[in-house]
Design a protein around this ligand. Structure first.
Ligand code: NAD
Length: 440
């Protein structure tokens, strides 16, 4: 990530189909639609809905960074806290040229509902900086991270708001955030950020946790369809970053046939199944734009990947990938959402008509925040767990949460898991709001 080279510039990915209604690709509008759907199911108190419709705090910061060549750039960043009724805020930080306030607001709200669905004592937040990190040197990236951390310093803290990695951020960047906060506070504060390297208070299992959780969600879905394993289940994975590559590897190790994987430069396809161990090794040792140069495999487009005739589609890249204009062409029978917000509400309706099971983001990708919670607990206690305990407790929480979502689905005779998960989350958050009451 840190090399300064035009070759490494990540392609900016815009959904194809310029005729899209702006509203369909506005993630904040999409999350509001999902919440309103849940509110209707619950016959929610309109006063509670008013609270959920607005993030509780928004910070926009424009901050300067000295570049290696002596010039200066001013970057824009955001931290949004959506709701704190259930505890301190939790949510990642994204570095991308596509970051905008509505996206960060939506991601913060999804964190409120995700932490509620899996019953963690957190609210939701998210942050982002409008930057292409692939165009920065490592020292520029470090200065940008430290200055952005300083800009949001009064919002974050172990009892207040705890960031974590998201798109284009990683454990090393989390260690710079922890260090910046700790230097200013005058003592090491492990609990200010999660997703840290193991050497500085990270948790075993955190790096793979989101992908592992997506796999657990898939296993549960298959089990409910009387399929006891994912052996020979064909899977297409969009996005080969932290979430997608770990999910693909774990599914492969359990006998799944990974027919296709992609990143923003294109997709690799082999109907017989790709060798994930070789591919992960290759991806680790090559820049992202060279993924599609993996020898001996057919290259297809991301659009074609979404429409493959596979059992399972795992969108693990960005929002708004499955929309009104392509949902009807999806052939997978199960969609398990590794990314946040990959399916728009209009697409949800089309998929429901096609009887495609969609395991929603707030449940399917909650493994990351679950193990972030373990990391925060371990950091506060200065006592660290072994990996077996991390993975087993992650699985327990996700399986229980899935069962609770299914119970909501049954209770309210719902067709979609998304509305059931949202209803469960909204119910938990609004109970907390009512129990605490409105200050003063
Ligand atoms: P990452 O930066 O590690 O990887 C993102 C991947 O998506 C990269 O391979 C990138 O090239 C690819 N990509 C971008 N646009 C694409 C497109 N249009 N088609 C195909 N591939 C594309 O990010 P990540 O941490 O893996 O996050 C991916 C998604 O998962 C995001 O929606 C994020 O919010 C969500 N998520 C991440 C975590 C986590 O712990 N990292 C937890 C929960 C949810």
């Amino acid at each position: 990530m840190a090399k300064k080279s035009n070759k490494l510039v990540e392609k900016v990915t815009k959904p194809p189909g310029s005729n899209l209604k702006a509203i369909e690709s506005n993630p904040w509008e999409n999350v509001l639609t999902q919440v309103h759907n849940a509110a209707k199911v619950l016959d929610l108190d309109p006063n509670c809905l008013k609270i959920l419709e607005k993030p509780s705090a928004i910070l926009t910061t424009n901050f300067p960074v000295n570049m290696d060549d002596g010039s200066l750039e001013v970057y824009t960043g955001y931290r949004v806290q959506h709701n704190t009724a259930r505890g301190p805020c939790k949510g990642g930080i994204r570095f991308s040229p596509e970051v905008n306030l509505d996206e960060v607001k939506a991601l913060a709200a999804w964190m409120t509902y995700k932490t509620a669905v899996v019953n963690l004592p957190y609210g939701g937040a998210k942050g982002g900086v409008v930057v292409n990190p692939f165009q920065l040197s490592k020292s520029e990236l470090k200065r940008l991270t430290r200055r952005f951390t300083y800009s949001i310093l009064n919002m974050i803290g172990p009892e207040r708001d705890i960031p974590a990695p998201d798109v284009n951020t990683n454990p090393e960047i989390m260690s710079w955030i922890m260090d910046t906060y700790s230097m200013i506070k005058g003592h090491t504060e492990l609990g200010v950020v999660t997703g840290k390297p193991l050497e500085v208070g990270g948790s075993l299992g955190r790096l793979e946790a989101t992908g592992r959780g997506v796999f657990v969600a898939l296993e549960e879905t298959l089990r409910q369809q009387n399929q006891q394993s994912c052996k020979d289940v064909s899977i297409a994975v969009q996005g080969f970053g932290n979430v997608g590559s770990n999910f693909a590897k774990i599914a492969y190790e359990h006998g799944g046939r990974i027919a296709a994987v992609s990143n923003s430069f294109g997709a690799l396809y082999d109907s017989e199944g790709l060798d994930m161990l070789e591919l992960v090794d290759y991806a680790t040792n090559h820049p992202r734009e060279e993924l599609i140069e993996f020898p001996g495999v057919e290259v297809i487009t991301n659009d074609e990947l979404l429409k493959l005739d596979v059992d399972v589609l795992a969108p693990c890249a960005l929002e708004n990938q499955i929309r009104a204009d392509n949902a009807d062409d999806i052939q997978a029978k199960i969609i398990v959402e590794g990314a946040n917000g990959p399916t728009t509400p209009t697409a949800d309706e089309i998929l429901a008509e096609k009887k495609i099971v969609v395991v929603p983001d707030i449940l399917a990708n909650a493994g990351g925040v679950i193990v972030s919670y373990f990391e925060w607990v371990q950091g506060q206690q200065h006592y660290f767990w072994n990996e077996k305990k991390v993975n087993a407790t992650l699985k327990d929480i996700l399986v229980k949460s899935y069962a609770e979502v299914n119970a909501m689905k049954k209770k309210y005779c719902l067709q979609e898991l998304r509305t059931a998960a949202m209803a469960l989350a909204v119910q938990r958050v609004t109970h907390a709001i009512k129990l605490r009451g409105i200050f003063p």
